[in-house]
Design a protein around this ligand. Structure first.
Ligand code: TXA
Ligand code: MG
Length: 329
């Protein structure tokens, strides 16, 4: 199949994308988190095509994207009382809520804040099922270029809306249990949620009991390079990384560090993560793809403080590093 690529600002592009969704096809589209691979959520054949294009295990459920609150009743059985304030505060935005599903079981739903995504959903007139638009096991795409690299020829269309604002996938919170539980940290942070509804659970790390998010049991992206994440006080982190770099016997490595720390690492090959957690989140998946594009064998990465958005950044970094972490404390 030939994959059509159009910029979202081009006349008629979103209308064409909506026609493709309505006729059962697949469109990759920008959201404020990462690019999604969308199909009609109410069409089992379209959903099957999503699994096939991504090579996604069939028991890892898809989340549905809606453009207005009325659409919710098409997919969920009931809206637990406790979710009202979450919806009110964080939708549209990077929060996926797991509800009891209309057809039994549970379903994840999100109302994206990206205007291209919202327009696509509302022109399609149906909820759009959309996992991240990467081949299963690759980092989520934060630009149309990443989608093209993974899915060219496998999907009908890519809507190019530029780089994604947040760069990490949405926070997933399970609200089907008495105490809501965060299954995946994201830009809507635990702190923000708890300020609104009180204490919530958090299930994300390897080694936890039975995985609550089906996605947790699947292999996550790790670059071909060996990744080592170093955490602790900034000075200790830099000296540890410099020491690791000095001990290395092959030249094919790089250091991933914050913008303000780049000069600490002298003449080494550098990857610039950005100046603050927002920038680091937005750059992370692009940099992980770049490790492979550069053919690196080893990468040393500065960790970030594990609070607020840092929790989501470290969640993805730890997985990418297959939990190879050095704590300097
Ligand atoms: O930001 C995002 O959420 C992006 C954009 C495109 O919206 N989508 C995304 O979808 O990241 P996906 O499928 O790559 O990740 C959704 C996660 C998966 O880990 C999946 O296992 C989990 O949510 N999930 C989906 N439905 C679930 C359910 N009913 N119960 C528990 N976990 C669920
Ligand atoms: Mg994904």
């Amino acid at each position: 199949m030939k994959t059509i690529i159009m910029t979202a600002s081009e006349q008629g592009s979103v209308e064409l994308a909506a026609d493709i969704i309505k006729s059962g096809g697949l469109v990759a589209f920008p959201t404020e988190t990462v690019y999604g691979l969308g199909g009609n959520a109410l069409d089992a054949t379209a959903c099957a095509k999503i699994y096939a294009a991504k090579g996604r295990p069939s028991d890892n459920p898809l989340i549905s994207h809606i453009s207005d609150i009325e659409m919710l009743s098409q997919i969920v059985k009931n809206v637990p009382r406790g979710t009202f304030s979450l919806i009110d505060k964080f939708w549209p935005g990077p929060l996926t809520i797991i509800f009891p599903a209309a057809g039994g079981g549970t379903v994840g739903v999100r109302m994206p804040a990206n205007p291209v995504a919202t327009r696509l959903i509302s022109l399609s007139g149906v909820p759009i099922a959309a996992p991240s638009a990467n081949v299963s096991g690759r980092p989520s795409p934060t630009s149309a270029r990443h989608v093209l690299a993974d899915l060219d020829g496998k999907i009908d269309m890519i809507l190019d809306g530029g780089r994604c604002l947040h760069g990490l996938e949405s926070t997933v919170i399970d609200c089907t249990t008495d105490v809501p539980t965060i299954l995946r940290p994201g830009a809507v942070t635990k702190e923000m949620i708890e300020a609104l509804i009180g204490p919530v659970g958090l299930v994300t790390e390897a080694g936890d009991d039975a995985p609550r998010a089906p996605g947790m049991k699947y292999r996550h992206y790790a670059p071909k390079a060996k990744l080592t994440v170093v955490v602790g006080e900034q000075v200790a982190v830099s000296s540890k990384i410099l020491q690791l770099a000095a001990d290395i016997t092959h030249p094919n490595f790089a250091i991933m560090a914050a913008t303000q720390n780049q000069s600490r690492y002298a003449s080494h090959t550098m990857l610039d993560m950005g100046q603050n957690p927002q920038e680091i989140a937005a750059n992370l998946f692009r940099l992980l793809r770049q490790c492979d594009e550069m053919g690196l064998e080893e990468v040393f990465v500065e960790g970030v403080a594990e609070s607020d958005l840092g929790m989501a950044i470290m969640n993805r970094l730890k997985k990418a590093a297959s939990y190879n972490i050095i704590d300097t404390k």
